[in-house]
Write a protein that binds this ligand. Structure first.
Ligand SMILES: [Cu+2]
Length: 242
């Protein structure tokens, strides 16, 4: 991965360079703000608190370590969601990015909100409507997401490693960038997603779907299962404290 300053971007299935096209393509594109930052992963390490590394999670507030797919319905269990589309109680989560300073301490790099959207950290979620019989279709999965990091706080190169190497590391202690990953647990209420796709909803507001104001989505948060500092300078990556 190439590290770009002042912003870094990554998408679950798309390269960074494709993201500009998403902003104008006919697809659902919406903000889901930060719900919580914690070491929980109900798919990779179900029931485990804490999981081996830390994620930022967005979406429905019923997120927890034990969400058995199919049996557990986040749209029934949640009382709010951080997403613009208020019927989307899905959870989306991604590995966090850290800045590793010359003195060996770490600080989490905050995620930033995409062009035209409002929220707190989080990610941009995209859903692609079904083939309309006209446009060229490729083998995209219907959901993808994009995360951007605001690295401006770490622009001072005198704080970077002395050997000239780049200073960013993913929460799995991955300095190469190849290990970035995200996961997803479906939680749309009833047939809401199908309704939205059938109506060829576009952007983050659509007559076929219920939406909420950014103030409401940002007010939806969840306490960490195990409280720990995620914003200060850390001696070690949370992933390395086992
Ligand atoms: Cu992970």
């Amino acid at each position: 991965m190439q590290w770009k300053s002042p912003y870094l971007a990554a998408a679950a299935v798309m390269p960074y360079t494709a993201s500009a096209q998403f902003a104008t393509a006919a697809m659902m594109r919406f903000q889901c703000s930060r719900l919580v930052v914690e070491r929980v992963d109900p798919l990779v390490t179900p029931g485990m608190v804490q999981s081996p590394h830390i994620h930022q999670i967005v979406g429905g507030n019923s997120f927890n370590a034990t969400m058995t797919p199919v049996d557990y319905d986040p749209s029934e269990e949640s009382t709010c969601t951080t997403c613009d589309y208020s019927e989307d109680f899905s959870n989306y989560w991604t590995a966090n990015l850290y800045f590793k300073a010359r003195n060996g301490t770490y600080k989490r790099v905050k995620q930033m909100v995409n062009l035209g959207l409002q929220g707190t950290e989080g990610m941009t979620v995209y859903y692609i409507p079904p083939y309309d019989g006209k446009t060229t279709v490729t083998a995209f999965k219907p959901v993808m997401y994009e995360v951007m990091w605001d690295t401006r706080e770490f622009n001072d190169k005198s704080t970077w490693p002395e050997d000239g190497s780049q200073p960013f590391v993913y929460s799995m202690n991955d300095e190469t960038g190849y290990g970035w990953h995200g996961d997803y647990l479906f939680g749309w209420k009833g047939d809401a997603l199908q309704r939205g796709l059938d109506a060829r909803c576009f952007g983050n507001a659509c007559a076929a779907l219920e939406t909420q104001r950014p103030d409401d989505s940002m007010a939806c948060t969840k306490r960490q299962t195990v409280p720990e500092d995620v914003d200060g300078w850390l001696e070690e990556l949370p992933s390395m404290v086992m």
